[in-house]
Design a protein around this ligand. Sequence first.
Ligand SMILES: [Zn+2]
Ligand SMILES: [Zn+2]
Length: 490
Amino acid sequence: METSKIKVGLLSGVPTIKLRSPEGLHVKGHGLSFSCKELEIHTDETFPVKRLYRVFTDDFERLEDALDTALKSDESPIRGAVEVGRGIEPYVHWGYHNAGFWAFAGEFDGEEEALSFARHLEEKGERPWIKSELRGNCPDKVKVITEKGELEAELPLDIIPSGDKTLVLDLPVGEGFHWEHRENLHYRGSFEVLGTPGGGLYLVNRVSLEDYLKSVVSSEMGEAPLEALKAQAIAARNTLLSTLKRHHYYDPFDICATDHCQVYLGVKGENEMSSRAVEETSGEILVFEGKICDTRFAKVCGGVTENFEQVWGGKSIDYLISHRDSDSNGLLLRTEEEVRNFIDDPPPSFCSDHELFRWKIKVDRKKLESIVKEKTGTSLELIDIIPVRRGASGRIIEIKLIGKERELIIRGELRIRNALSESHLYSSLFYVVKLGEKDGLPDAFEFRGGGFGHGVGMCQIGAIGMARMGYNYREILAHYYPGTDLIKVE
Ligand SMILES: [Zn+2]
Ligand SMILES: [Zn+2]
């Protein structure tokens, strides 16, 4: 059970890959086969590269339907359909896979053009989303350095370890976040090395679904009661099955190892409790109307979860809807005043026992202006920061920065969090207070907010809170993914 292999992208676009195993690594490539204990693969080839922004409008099971929809729109010369998703046994056997086709309505060189086209489609009642992808030639030759010497090799390369784990050196962890650093991590399974468009290399880890889950459950949740880990195990299994080759439909792997898909730290992530949680829930998945659920999760919801479409756009999802993270409901976060009250005087929530349940961040105006300039390219002398639109949970999805000379509108939960902080604001559930004032300009701004992460789906700290209160994993999943069914695939 669950021994099917998946491909996880560990590295992408790096010039060097370093692997080490005292038991030995067997390297196979075009006309090449040798063993070593230390392996360094290097390329310095670069090619012109272009980043394309594709605007997708809908998701179909059949190619014909995706093409029909794409071609119906006569606004862009480049439109069509792409194949996304894939399935793995034994889930495919029972009809659970995520394979399908996305209709795309336009392709752009710049993100701004893509965004404005997407907004235009939104005004027409469509629900577009944007994906960017790199185009360019890939390197096909690499220099391979081992403890025995140096040679040239053609890509792709297969690396089969003799031992049960391999050390991968200098892996970036937490890229783009404030905890970003490099680590040497052990991974189970085997590896593939391929060229990345424009230059650089991919390192792909082929690992059994079970080993992968044992690692991600603990990496994503850390120390937690068994019932919370079991809920996380099912959320992780569902996330894998529903995102396989979707986030990364254009990459040579199924899912990446970072926060973008699921954090996968290999052997370091495994522990006795997370392994038990995976084993005790073997084959269990959440389904809704016969389909694998998209079980997104985030660290701390701050007392209220968010609707799927308010963070990612596209269609709404029946079970990823905003609700209070407690037994009671009665959610009223429509006005600025209601949101402020909710942040300042929060009602009891399953996740209230966490340092980021509520937070305050003060930033000097000049410092914030330089962050905004760096992140958005716009220079402003900041007079005020005003939320324009909030989602159902009070999270800001459109914000206005008022400068002396001009205004700047920022849309999208992650873009807002990114534009107002050196790394990211913890969440977009916040309000802004101006501190001090001279000549109409404040000395500083204070962000007062709640939660950490996008807030859609399961609140991981809330799941731990529920487990501590005696709820079992079925009740935890039913709370965060209302209306779904838990089934077991044998
Ligand atoms: Zn990813
Ligand atoms: Zn919560």
